[in-house]
Design a protein around this ligand. Structure first.
Ligand code: ADP
Ligand code: MG
Length: 230
């Protein structure tokens, strides 16, 4: 019997396939990496091995992004404290920001309502956004993270940087897979962010001025608001 798949079903299937393939690529990749490291240690020409290793790292990063989107069945939504979550993420990214001469300031409203979500996925969103902000300031600078209640039932997390900015005509196409302006970029970080925030019934909005900086605002429904059925 034939059955037409709905677009959302197709997308879910595609996501599952991507995650499945990503998982299968990871294992051989890890073993290849191990052997290359071994060869490198026994070789005079270790700069060639460094190239191979950095290319492997790139494949690993791409595959990693797809794995984040993993099986929807694994995503269990629970009550989350956004302040704690952001605190964890900033701690996680602390080394990278210090290396890049970037200071992260936070301004978090008191008694924020809880949100409903999957912890690791939400962390991934803010990790990717903060990484982009750090990478947008090659000479260093400041990042401001502001969290507050936007309107009844909605929480807003704003991340502002002083980086290179995004040209207006690119803003609408952000989140398209493989769009990157970075030599070592994957162009998959924002796609992952959009997917995750969408599945949390939230929104992402970019405002930017070239050479001045970018603000990305993530809005998420608070737990008091019943999750809307699609
Ligand atoms: P990647 O970081 O691997 O390039 P992303 O999907 O995270 O992929 O981002 C895609 C592109 O969007 C980046 O290469 C960059 O051009 C642009 N971008 C995203 N965030 C920012 C930001 N905060 N400031 C400037 N450009 C940004
Ligand atoms: Mg990125």
């Amino acid at each position: 019997t034939e059955r037409l798949l709905q677009k959302s079903e197709k997308l879910a299937l595609l996501g599952q396939m991507a995650a499945g393939i990503a998982h299968e690529i990871r294992n051989p990749l890890t073993s290849i990496k191990g052997f290359i490291q071994l060869f490198k240690a026994n070789s005079e020409q270790d700069e060639y091995f460094d190239i191979v290793l950095s290319e492997l790292e790139r494949i690993n990063a791409i595959v990693g992004e797809f794995l984040v989107l993993a099986k929807p069945s694994a995503a269990v939504f629970k009550e989350q404290n956004i302040e704690q979550l952001l605190h964890d993420v900033i701690t996680l990214i602390n080394t990278q920001s210090i290396i890049n001469n970037v200071q992260i300031y936070t301004e978090i409203a008191e008694e924020l309502p809880m949100i409903s979500g999957e912890k690791n996925q939400l962390k991934q969103v803010f990790l990717n956004l903060l990484k982009n902000s750090i990478e947008s300031m090659p000479l260093g600078g400041d990042i401001f993270v502001t969290v507050g209640v936007k309107e009844e039932g909605k929480i807003s997390i704003r991340i502002t940087d002083e980086g290179v900015g995004i040209p207006e005509e690119r803003i609408l196409t952000l989140g398209e897979p493989f769009y990157t302006t970075k030599e070592k970029g994957t162009g998959l970080g924002l796609m992952t962010c959009f997917k995750i925030v969408e599945s949390h019934r939230g929104q992402i909005k970019f405002t930017s001025a070239v050479h001045q900086g970018t603000t990305v605002e993530v809005t998420l429904p608070t737990i008091t608001q019943p999750l809307l059925k699609k």
